[in-house]
Design a protein around this ligand. Sequence first.
Ligand code: ADP
Ligand code: MG
Length: 398
Amino acid sequence: MTAFKTLDDLGDLTGKVALVRVDLNVPMSDGDVTDDTRIRAFKPTVDELSSKGAKVLLLGHFGRPKGEKNSTMSLSMVTGEVEEVLGREVMFIPEIAGDIVSQSLGIMRDGEVGILENSRFWPGEEANDVDFAKAIAANGDLYVNDAFSAAHRAHATTEGLAHLLPAYAGRAMEAELKALSIALDNPVHPVAAVVGGAKVSSKLDVLQHLVTKVDHLIIGGGMANTFLAARGVDVGKSLCEHDLTGTAEAIMDKADESGCTVHLPYDVVVAKEFKANTPSRTVNVHEVEADDMILDLGSAAAESLGDVLKNCRTLVWNGPLGAFETPPFDEATVALAKTAAALTQDGSLTSVAGGGDTVAALAHAGVTKDFSYISTAGGAFLEWMKGKDLPGVAALRG
Ligand code: ADP
Ligand code: MG
């Protein structure tokens, strides 16, 4: 991996304007930001640029306004929360380029912070239009990308700008790339991957790539049902993509060729209906009845998977092992997460996880702080797990 520049490569920035792409696509309810994780993530980068003397202009998108101004998706709505997290005043600028922006810069002092309007209000953003990017770049001296979560998109503010101004990875981006690189580019073997979640179809490319990279592939969640069906198991009423059993077989064959061991559960938790605290049984996979639904891996499977992790040095995890939102179908996910967390704390395992529901599942297991790294980037994390070079990251390498 060719190196990218970081804030370490920057000296005094007095009189300069830094255009900083961040993730402002924060969860909101009734006009309030309900989770400020993404804002806290870019604070170190903003603080550092500001203390070097730069005027800092934040760029970001919110929602899907489809290239048109839409007052319900204005970034003015998040400005108050950004001020609170940064602990300073922030100027909201209702444009992204042109005179309004340059005039605002005229009244900002060195070290001050502004937020430009939602980049997706302009069609040039998603089209990665060069003229649009040039108009934004005209008000800046350097570009910093601190939004790994948007780096799988080749948009003007995530990719185009990097070609027009000196470009740097922000601190959050840098930390994310380092953690991910340790886990898959150059990992210490043996490497285990846990892939769970609802459907094989949403993660086909991930599975195809991982079998060539890892020593152990642990399959859980609804997608394990498709693999079990491919092995001739009758999965009853379980979520299962019967049309993909051939694909599942091909993945297992490819794993064999690559020396990757695929782990499927031999016991599972089943119920007659999918609701909280409904009667459930733990059964061997060959004992699933026609009206049963598999909703979690069994305790024996969870324990033996824990033993697999004990012999591994690196773990990459995406996707819960069961329908963890609905108790008691969270037990296998919680058990394996706790094992991984303990091994990480003992220093024998480097553990990296990501994915929207995975982050929630690991938080539910109470292990968020005990993993080596948990990525909050959903789509970008999955692209990375497919082995794809993300356009926003590639552009930083120049
Ligand atoms: P992520 O967002 O981390 O990539 P996914 O979206 O692929 O994960 O999958 C998460 C969903 O999969 C959860 O909502 C969970 O309830 C569901 N799930 C896991 N196991 C099963 C199962 N056996 N049957 C039905 N749904 C399942
Ligand atoms: Mg999901």
